[in-house]
Design a protein around this ligand. Structure first.
Ligand SMILES: CC(C)(COP(=O)(O)OP(=O)(O)OC[C@H]1O[C@@H](n2cnc3c(N)ncnc32)[C@H](O)[C@@H]1OP(=O)(O)O)[C@@H](O)C(=O)NCCC(=O)NCCS
Length: 199
């Protein structure tokens, strides 16, 4: 059984998907059809569009990470072994992206991005458990990472709320050259993560 993030809080079992059912596995090239469907779903496309929506664009964008030629680590979010979404993490470092690292300006940090692709799993409180489990298993498991950074659009109030419920707090707004919308950067340090009981 996957381990829930360290919290005393019991998961909400009042009808929504059971948070204990969450797990992760690496994205595979055989998942790209699924990614194509998810990235064309209106609730994802509204907020996640940079890589395009044709199958060829999606393949071109995600294959390097699948094949380990990109610093991003891509994962499928599973719920009771059913793929329901996507999450990725990456080191924020000047070697990988100097301009972004300078804008964020948080040392020993990793970025995380995610979406729930299956619409029937949205808005039932699963997001914060997905994030907390992912941070526990794949971000703060790296002893070099001290801070996790997440950057929704300022208008994405549902995502901001979900990230707050996972323990993130507003840090600053940045404007990344070439991106049409600003990023509302939120951070969560290892120390905050370890002590946060989400109460
Ligand atoms: C962002 C996301 C991961 C959050 O996970 P989630 O499990 O859906 O989040 P929650 O159920 O905790 O809901 C978060 C907030 O959304 C809002 N919300 C609830 N129902 C909603 C609806 N039908 N439409 C829009 N927002 C809604 C509420 O403010 C809720 O917070 P509350 O429950 O404290 O009131 C998920 O919604 C998602 O993947 N969305 C689409 C893609 C996306 O925006 N990705 C993030 C890019 S940065």
């Amino acid at each position: 059984m996957p381990i829930l993030a360290e919290t005393d809080e019991m998961p909400d079992k009042t009808g929504g998907p059971d948070p204990y059912g969450i797990s992760f596995r690496r994205l595979r090239s055989s998942d790209l059809g699924l990614m194509h469907r998810w990235l064309n779903a209106p609730h994802v496309r509204r907020w996640w569009y940079a890589e395009g929506t044709s199958y060829a664009e999606i393949e071109e964008h995600y294959l390097p990470a699948i094949e380990g030629r990109d610093s991003a680590k891509p994962f499928v979010i599973l719920h009771e072994n059913k793929p329901i979404g996507y999450v990725q993490s990456y080191r924020i470092s000047s070697q990988d992206d100097e301009g972004y690292a300078r804008l964020v300006d948080v040392k020993d940090s990793a970025g995380v991005d995610l979406f729930i692709g299956e619409a029937s799993y949205l808005y039932q409180g699963l997001g914060r458990h997905v994030i907390r489990n992912f941070l526990s298993e794949h971000v703060f498991s790296d002893p070099e990472i001290e801070t996790c950074v997440i950057g929704p659009e300022p208008k994405n109030t549902a995502a901001i709320r979900a990230y707050e419920k996972a323990g993130f707090r507003f840090f600053k707004t940045i404007h990344v050259p070439g991106e049409p919308e600003p990023e509302y950067l939120m951070t969560l340090t290892r120390r905050e993560f370890d002590r946060d009981d989400l109460g």
